[in-house]
Design a protein around this ligand. Structure first.
Ligand code: ADP
Ligand code: MG
Length: 225
């Protein structure tokens, strides 16, 4: 269980949110500038709240007046909004970037599994400029998951993709989450995407959660499959 309480003064308003996430997919939905990325950055430890508390299972990430847990110790997979793969590295090196020191190779079972789920096994020798946008995002997702994170943060990862590629990526996220049962937080301003991927949708405005919706449509869909 991820437990989140973030208070932070931003340029135009006070960010003040409180929510908990089980091994489910939560969507943060809201207009540009409502504080979504700031929440993910605070969870990842890139920035820190002014007050509140963040913990994942028994690990405290942030507690007021204490030194926050370092980014590295949080075990988070983070797919950034303007994510760029390292352009000078082949797909294989990009995926193994965070796990090479653990002795992992593209033959390691986890990497093999990721390559298979993401359907990117044939791209290992390519450079990022040689693959499509959807393929890049799948490689980026594989890289984020190769580290076996305990929490996955996705910041508008598919917004630049065409409809069909986007739909393929959605299926991959759903399939992945059935195997990697960890809390996932997805940021989007695409309502269709939110309803497809979210078990719950938190609607944000100016730094506050103004409404919360349990996604019954999706539950029915999952149960019927
Ligand atoms: P979103 O991801 O929902 O588009 P952001 O979280 O990026 O929104 O930004 C929310 C608001 O906070 C914006 O008005 C932005 O200018 C402001 N902001 C972002 N980071 C900081 C910061 N470190 N300090 C102060 N204000 C910030
Ligand atoms: Mg953002």
């Amino acid at each position: 269980m991820l437990s989140v309480h973030i208070e932070k003064k931003l340029a135009h308003f006070q960010l003040d949110v409180q929510f908990a996430v089980g091994n489910e997919r939560i969507v943060l939905f809201g207009p540009s500038g409502s504080g979504k990325t700031t929440i993910l950055n605070a969870l990842a430890g890139i920035i820190h709240p002014d007050a509140g508390g963040i913990s994942l299972n028994d690990t405290v990430f942030y507690e007021a007046k204490k030194r926050p847990l370092s980014i590295q110790k949080r075990r988070i997979g983070y797919l950034f909004q303007d994510f760029a793969l390292f352009p000078h590295m082949k797909v294989e090196a990009n995926i193994l970037y965070g796990v090479k020191q653990k002795g992992m190779t593209s033959q390691s079972p986890l990497i093999q599994q990721l390559l298979s789920v993401m359907k990117i096994g044939h791209l290992l020798e390519k450079y990022p400029t040689q693959i499509s946008g959807g393929e890049k995002q799948r490689v980026a997702l594989a890289r984020a998951l190769a580290t076996e994170p305990h929490l996955l943060l996705l910041d508008e990862p598919f917004s630049a993709l065409d409809k069909e590629t986007k739909a393929q990526c959605h299926e991959i996220v759903i399939e992945l989450h059935q195997t990697w049962s960890i809390p996932v937080i997805l940021v989007t301003h695409d309502l269709e995407e939110a309803q497809k991927l979210g078990d719950r949708i938190l609607f944000m405005e100016k730094g506050k959660i103004v409404r919360q919706e349990v996604n019954t449509g999706q539950k029915e869909r999952l149960h019927s499959t």
